[in-house]
Design a protein around this ligand. Sequence first.
Ligand code: SF4
Length: 353
Amino acid sequence: MKKNNDLPERELTLQRIEAAKRKLGKDLLILAHFYQGDDIIRFADFVGDSLQLAEKASLHKEARYIVFCSVSFMAETARMLCAPGQEVLHPEPNARCPLADMAAIEGVEEVWKDLQTLNRKIIPVVYVNSNADLKAFCARHGGTVCTSSNVKKIFNHVLSQGASIFFFPDENMGRNVSHDLGLKDDEIFLWDPEKGLTGAGNTSPEKAKVFLWEGFCIVHRIMGRREIESLRSRYEGIKIIVHPECTPEVYNLADYAGSTSYIKNMVDTSAPGSTWAIGTEWNFVNRIKTGNPDKLVIPLKEERCKEMAKVTPKKLLYVLEGLVEGELRNKVTVGEGIAGEARIALKRMMEIV
Ligand code: SF4
């Protein structure tokens, strides 16, 4: 039998995580996003998309410690939604979503100031992939948050009040959902920081119902027409399903589009023998493939999120062994002023959906 110190490093790390998890028992809740690697997912108490994980964080009041395996904005969201006595820890605070970081509060406030000169009712809507100060900004200005699962509902809710939407930071998602709701390209205004209200392209701000920020997800933007055409020519009857962070071109060429939970559900419940190409993060696609051995599941492109991958078993172990020793390592904090406001925007979202 191998002694512990003869085990390869990876196995030893996994064993130590298991042991720490056992010691912490019900005090510990590990949440992991769908895009995490298998060596993290195996220890998660819940795996889900950002909305599902936010809900778990707000419901599990019995756990003293929530360890959030994902990028930083999700850990921040959990911090804002859980009880004051609970602690949220993040194995890798430097795992940050590049899309979230494409919109900074100063720039958003500048755009907002210009939009006010239009003298119309405009409501800010921020994608959950954003930093806490932007969620707080939305709360201050009567706006809300949305996720990829509920973005259509939220847009519809705002537009049905006769208001226009200022949506940030993901241009592709904003454009895709606007099209789904029947808006034409000349009703969608892409904010160009150089040109302001004089506009990029030929859309006039007077006509616009949706104002978009120029941000994108580097993982989803890379998926293109070429991959779709090549798969369609090789696999007869293949169904293409993509995430709404993909470009409008890919979104329109796909057969289905929706959040990670929607994608999982569609493939899991499809007929045995069906063939799917999935346009989203590779770890997630690979897990769907493993869970559906009776179907052919192919990634539209093998693209991993490098930021999600910064959360490793070693970093998880560091946080868990800290807890065993009574030490809070990589504790997530959000200033109470920002957190209080951001919570209002998150609650508004929960009420609408
Ligand atoms: S997949 Fe895209 S949106 Fe998700 S964390 Fe990575 S960069 Fe951000």
